[in-house]
Design a protein around this ligand. Sequence first.
Ligand code: ZN
Length: 154
Amino acid sequence: MLQARHALHRVAQALGVRAPELRDLPGAANAFATANGAVLVDVAWLEAHLRRACGDGRCRESVLVFLMGHELAHVILGHGFVPMPGRTMSMELDADHVAGVAMGRLGVDPRAAIEVLAGLMQHACWPTHGCPDQRAMAIWKGYGRGLCEGRLAA
Ligand SMILES: [Zn+2]
């Protein structure tokens, strides 16, 4: 939980917004952004994935920053108000793009997150989230933009 909260604070700072509340949602096997702007994550589920998929600290950082960036993006873009079945693939890809921007600004390498994400999707296309390659593209585009902005600001 601490690592997730730390990652959420970092992405919020990178995106220039206040960090939303982060709550554990045991048994959900997922992460969500809610209508009142909180981020919910099943911490045990997240930890199990990190342990299985990530060898080192850099991988954990990449996955956590991506995941928190993606959920925070839903909050920023107002998607929390849209009930889950109404979420569109373009909303998901927009959230991936914004997560990529945050990663670029923070200088966090997205490669591990992209790999873990594809594994999580079982390398299949989802009607809700698109295909792993589409998501990777959205993340890289955002990352490139964020990286440029980070360099311009430095
Ligand atoms: Zn999403």
